[in-house]
Design a protein. Sequence first.
Length: 517
Amino acid sequence: MRKDRQERGKGDAWGLCTGSKAENPMQPTVQILRGLLDAATESILLMDRHGTVLTLNKTAAKRLGKPAKELLGLTAKEAAACVGPAALIRSRVQRLREVVRTGRSIRVDEQRAGLTFDMNYSAIRDERGKVSRVAIFARDVTEQRRVEQALRESENRYRTVVESAGEAISVVDSRGVFLFLNKTAAQSLGARPAELVGKTMWDLFPRPLADRQVAAVREVIEMGVGLSRVVLSEVRAGQRWYNTTIQPLRDGRGKVTAALVVVRDVHDLKIAQEELDQFRDRMGRAERLASLGTLSATVVHELTQPLTVIRLSLSNALAETPGVGAMNDLRMGLAAMSRVQSILDGFRTFAGKAPKKAFRRVDPRVVAERVVALLAPAARRARVSLYTKGLQGLPRIRCNEGDLEQVFFALIQNAIHAADGHLDRQIRMDGGVKGNWIEVRFADTCGGIQPQHADRLFEPFFTTKPPGAGTGLGLCIVQRIVTAAGGTVVVKNRWGRGATFVIRWPHGKTRSGGRRS
């Protein structure tokens, strides 16, 4: 029987025609087709419906490891045995039978010897429509599958990053249509990503806002240059501040086809920054008022004595000078001097007395946490870590809450400014009760105070900052506020390492306006 199969394979091994050259006028065409098949890089086998090898190209023979003549007439099982184990042989035979039975092609990936082959079993029908032959195409796709797997893994990694991102990420085309949204973006809009793909900006946002957003997307797509801006937008939660970054997305030819939109909610940060700016404004106003008060006191002090001399001189002259005209002139001069004196008294009052403030029991922990939250961004930029400890159980301090806030703000900010930004530093706030005093300590590792400056810390207008960077009144205000409440300020300096400011307030029945004996 084997001999019969080999005999059937003789002559035209390709099974495309039979007979001799003289009897077959299509022989030149057959030769051309044979040349094309032998030049193919994929393996090609042709079998009859019983699984007998009718023909194969050179690539197939090479992969089967035998000359083509020895493979002609073999069964599918015998041919498969040349390259694989029993399981591979059975699967190939089953596929062949399935194609013959159903007439439908089968395509699978087959693994052997560390390689991957794309196997395609295709049915060939005769003139009656019956499956008479089966063509098997085998293509080495090892590298292609490796690249595809790497692409899938890369895509999965990027998809995981995008889906787990806290930012809202979407892809929008020039028509304002959403092509993709991650979960964060969809959740902010109250839906699932699949429900929003295909919708437009105008479907999801108020028209004026959608118009602005689409205009920005079109600008990026047309110009091919990204943009970033902080804008006030509107979603289900209402109006909030968002940092929106839009970048162009290009296809394989480099053409910009859509825009990647990344939206980060910065509402809380924006509000905190605005509060910090307002607080700094208030501090600046307080420092300017303190400057005005000090200057007023200085001017009054310097002018009072010479003005007193002038007033007494006018009075004496008025008593001794005869003549009505001269006396009238002296009286007018004396009245003017009295007017100047009353103006100076007003400045003295301003410099010596502050407006009456509301005093109440204030929780130092609450004030400390508020100030730390305000100064946290500045501390991070200066590489300073802020810590609070022991403030939870402190008694409430009887004082003006705004004054206490100024004290905490000035001391922490002063330490942050002292940090050079090149090394990691720390500021630690802790507190406790010692006898009749409530203590809050501000200990930092920001380098300390130069010894020659230690005695001038609380001197008005003294500062080591560059011109325009400070007024030199921050610590002066701290001392004035604390002492006005009956407390004390003590500084422990470690030049080259850090400084500790200890603030003490009276505890118990001592009145806030007085000082303990």
